[in-house]
Design a protein around this ligand. Structure first.
Ligand SMILES: [Zn+2]
Ligand SMILES: [Zn+2]
Length: 340
């Protein structure tokens, strides 16, 4: 079977590897579609501290179960599924408090173990969620990116009273915009972004107002508005302090970035307004929530997809995703074309 393997940093190959058999408790998925994420590019370039090489990448994927291991109901064969990439022990403290996404022995599919940019992928049965009939094959790999938004929103608890500021109109920012506006129905969603093409995409995804902070400060562009929720979907370390200074008293800030550079912020900037700060990594069992959003048509994954490529053109697709932030948002890869 064909798989996209990062053999070592900066060495991406589409190679033929031996067929997989599901182990005990696993299902084997004939992968149909996958989407590219920033972390796939990070593993390619050796920038993900958790990746071990060689690694089959890809954690946003959809397909059909075509084999099951010991202990899994064979009736699952034929199920259309999407995969939660978070594999957790179920025993440790974070697992016991509902945060398997920060399990002490966390394994992320496509990072710590082989992923879905492959004609077949084996995953623990419990990580494969059946897709409702209402969700088209074409959009199924977009469930995982929306779980990132679902996870941070579960902590921020947006209400119809909130004014939200979202930094960045890439995949993280836009899924957050859709969730805030169309699921939680917040009063106003403002997006701050530096690329005009992305500002337009933010409006198309439901933002009420966009501000171009490449020319002027976010503060001056916001004017009198004091956001009550701020999500950093641009993931720059300087944003935390700026967000605290812009925020309304009693606001909540959600951080999604993974930079190891310091963010400089005073205690007073947070305490004087009693700002709550939430961080979010991957997702903690948010697949059922997002499948429900998709099923009810609350979110519009098609507004985030900008490109399609065949598996054979994976390197071209990853290069475009990495270098063309203006034109590119989500890139879908056709893995097995005649799957379903
Ligand atoms: Zn991702
Ligand atoms: Zn655990």
């Amino acid at each position: 079977m064909k798989s996209v393997t990062i053999e070592k940093p900066n060495a991406l190959v589409l190679n033929e590897i031996p067929e997989l058999s599901p182990m005990d408790g696993e299902v084997r998925i004939k992968v149909s579609k996958a989407s590219i994420c920033g972390s796939d590019v990070g593993i390619w370039h050796g920038k993900n501290p958790f990746a071990k090489y060689p690694r089959v990448i890809g954690h946003e994927f959809y397909g059909v179960i075509d084999n099951v291991g010991e202990g899994v109901d064979p009736a699952r064969i034929g199920e259309r599924v999407v995969v939660d990439p978070v594999v957790a022990c179920g025993q440790c403290y974070p697992c016991s408090v509902g945060k398997p996404n920060v399990c002490e022995s966390l394994q992320v599919i496509g990072v710590h173990r082989d992923g879905g940019f492959s004609e077949h992928a084996c995953v623990p049965s419990g990580n494969a969620y059946q897709l409702p009939e209402s969700i088209a094959d074409e959009y199924a790999s977009m469930v995982e990116p929306f779980t990132i938004a679902a996870n941070i929103c579960a902590y921020l608890k947006p209400t119809e009273q909130d004014i939200a500021l979202v930094y960045g109109a890439g995949p993280m920012g836009l899924t957050a915009v859709q969730a805030l506006k169309h699921v939680y129905k917040v009063k106003e969603v403002i997006v701050a972004e530096r690329l005009p093409e992305r500002l337009q995409r933010a409006l198309d995804n439901g933002a009420d107002r966009v501000i171009d902070n490449s020319q002027a400060s976010t503060q001056s562009l916001l004017g009198e508005t004091k956001p009550t929720i701020i999500i950093d979907g641009a993931c720059h370390p300087a944003i935390f302090a700026e967000a605290a200074s812009l925020a309304s008293p009693a606001a909540r800030i959600g951080l999604l970035g993974f930079s190891n550079s310091a963010s400089e912020i005073t205690q007073q900037a947070l305490t004087s307004k009693e700002i709550s700060v939430f961080t979010s990594r991957l997702n903690s069992r948010r697949f059922p929530t997002v499948l429900d959003w998709f099923d009810k048509g609350l979110v519009a994954p098609e507004k985030i997809i900008t490109h399609h490529f065949d598996l054979a053109d994976i390197e071209q697709a990853m290069t475009l995703f990495e270098h063309d932030a203006k034109a590119c948002c989500k890139v879908i890869i056709d893995i097995n074309k005649n799957n379903s």
